[in-house]
Design a protein around this ligand. Structure first.
Ligand code: DC
Length: 232
């Protein structure tokens, strides 16, 4: 499938709703640049941890981010996250980082820094960006906005599978992961700045009982339809 028009696609939704999985597939199919904004907030959390900075110390974390930098790279079709020249792609997914990323991502100056970076990365190319506030804040003019949801249980099962596939060992049960996800949803939806929220013009898709292919195809159809309407 070829999309000739430059386009921005925003995919928002709670943790483990399938955003990054479908966004990556769609980016490959359409040759769009994929930007995983959750990975960027996770990288901020890794930087805080590595510098031994308190997860609530906005100024020090910001300074450390400015020193170390955060880079998203595509290597052999895989998304990699680098900071201070080191590949931190595995570390950003560890339970300690998952448990503290909501606190770091709620810090206003960190959010401003990340949103500026994300807008810069979106620049003049066609992008598919996933996160929590893409349709509402980062790319309010995105041509296609999708809001993916799924039950907390099915999201916990997906996360467990994801750990296995990535070779990350966990002592957590599915129930514990489900409780963590519910807690993170609550924090992400109730923070003051850019909370997780469906944009008015976003299309909601409940993926609980859908396969990845079904979700991908539904979004591809919406993108195609949008392109046709833009040509008119
Ligand atoms: O999508 P994820 O689980 O990797 O995101 C990690 C955390 O980052 C999540 O708890 C909320 C935060 N986040 C955010 O606040 N805004 C975004 N655009 C993306 C993620």
């Amino acid at each position: 499938m070829e999309i000739k028009q430059n386009m921005q696609v925003a995919i928002d939704g709670p943790a483990s709703a399938g955003k990054s999985t479908v966004a990556k597939i769609i980016a490959n199919k359409l040759s769009f640049v994929y930007i995983d904004t959750g990975a960027m907030y996770r990288a901020c959390t890794v930087i805080a941890k590595r510098h031994g900075i308190d997860y609530g110390d906005e100024e020090k974390i910001l300074q450390a981010i400015n020193e170390d930098g955060i880079e998203l790279k595509s290597e052999n079709g895989e998304q990699k996250v680098y900071s201070a020249g080191e590949d931190i792609s595995l570390e950003i997914r560890t339970p300690e980082i998952s448990a503290n990323v909501s606190q770091v991502s709620a810090l206003p100056k960190i959010r401003k820094k990340m949103v500026d970076l994300q807008r810069k990365m979106a620049g003049e190319v066609s992008v598919i960006m996933d996160g929590r506030d893409i349709g509402t804040t980062v790319l309010p003019n995105a041509e296609v906005k999708i809001f993916l949801i799924a039950s907390a249980r099915s999201r916990a099962e997906r996360r467990m599978l994801d750990f296995k596939e990535r070779g990350i060992k966990t002592d957590q049960t599915v129930e514990e992961i489900e409780a963590d996800i519910a807690e993170r949803d609550y924090k992400d939806s109730h923070r003051k700045i850019s909370p997780l929220k469906k944009a008015k013009d976003a299309i909601e898709i409940d993926t609980t009982n859908m396969t990845i292919d079904e979700v991908v195809n539904e979004i591809l159809m919406k993108i195609q339809r949008k392109e046709k309407s833009l040509k008119k």
